[in-house]
Design a protein around this ligand. Structure first.
Ligand SMILES: [Zn+2]
Ligand SMILES: [Zn+2]
Length: 265
């Protein structure tokens, strides 16, 4: 027995050592794998819950096929900027007709229910609103102008990003206080009813945020949007969406097929 056999012994020892190491790795690996399974399981539950929420959007207005309007404005220090325009085709069903209104008629679940947010409108028009800045769209007349907290002052006063939401645009136009004001996550604000109003603003801390200029005319502009469809403003066979946007005194033809309870109160 010479070199060869002692080499075998060394090899056997190495194998044994290797096995031991592999065993130790397995022992360590098991809890890690278990942890991974738990994490993956939780993630699956979370994803399932999230898509359930999206699916459950059929129970949360605006539903796909509904058509709402909201007045909006972007207010910098002491003035409203010009009406925004769509940057491109509307893929989801939240857009504007350069009329100071957000037209909310989701045709994708991604813009319905809880997913119908101001952020969807910002995306559509190229507006950016974060807690730290308001950046206007790149297109004319805005030129991508940005107003940043810390940089922008209003009449020498440091400014902050704030937003206000009125559930009733007409009352907003008459000076009623906002239903709610926000100082963060403005793009996450939900579009929660027909004929509401929203202002996103950069104003001195604590300053009042005024209602958007389009609030007073919201009924007329909403009607304009629907007018071209038929003699009476409602297409024959009356496709007035549930909760439809027929203004008071609206052009519903006599005997028009407006589902009961669908006229705007
Ligand atoms: Zn519309
Ligand atoms: Zn439209």
């Amino acid at each position: 027995m010479g070199k060869a056999s002692s080499a075998k012994k060394v090899a056997r020892a190495a194998r044994a050592g290797g096995k031991r190491k592999a065993g130790q790795r397995r022992q360590l690996g098991f809890p890690i794998a278990l942890g991974l399974i738990v994490v993956l399981g939780l993630a699956t539950i979370f994803v399932a819950k999230t898509s359930n929420d999206a699916a459950a959007d059929s129970s949360n207005p605006p539903r796909v096929g509904e058509h709402w309007h909201a007045a909006y404005g972007v207010y910098i220090c002491d003035h409203f900027v010009a009406n925004l325009s769509d940057e491109g085709a509307d893929a989801l069903g939240v857009h504007t007709h350069d009329d100071g209104l957000i037209h909310i008629h989701p045709f994708q679940a991604a813009a319905a229910g809880k997913q119908a947010t101001l952020g969807k409108f910002f995306d559509e028009t190229g507006l950016h609103v974060t807690d730290a800045e308001i950046k206007l769209p790149a297109a004319k007349p805005f030129g991508g102008r940005a107003y940043r907290v810390g940089d922008t002052t209003c009449d020498g006063k440091p400014a902050e990003v704030r937003a206000a939401h009125w559930k009733n645009a007409l009352e907003a136009a008459k000076g009623k206080a906002a239903t709610k004001t926000f100082t963060s996550d403005i793009s996450g604000i939900r579009l929660s009813e027909d004929l509401g109003a929203y202002t996103s603003a950069l104003v001195p801390k604590g300053a009042k945020v005024p209602p958007p200029p389009g609030a007073a005319d919201i009924l007329q502009n909403a009607q304009n949007d629907q007018a071209p469809t038929g003699a009476g403003g409602v297409p024959p066979g009356g496709n007035v969406p549930p909760g439809g946007n027929v203004p008071p005194g609206g052009n519903v033809p006599p005997g028009g097929n407006v589902p009961p309870g669908s006229a705007t109160p």
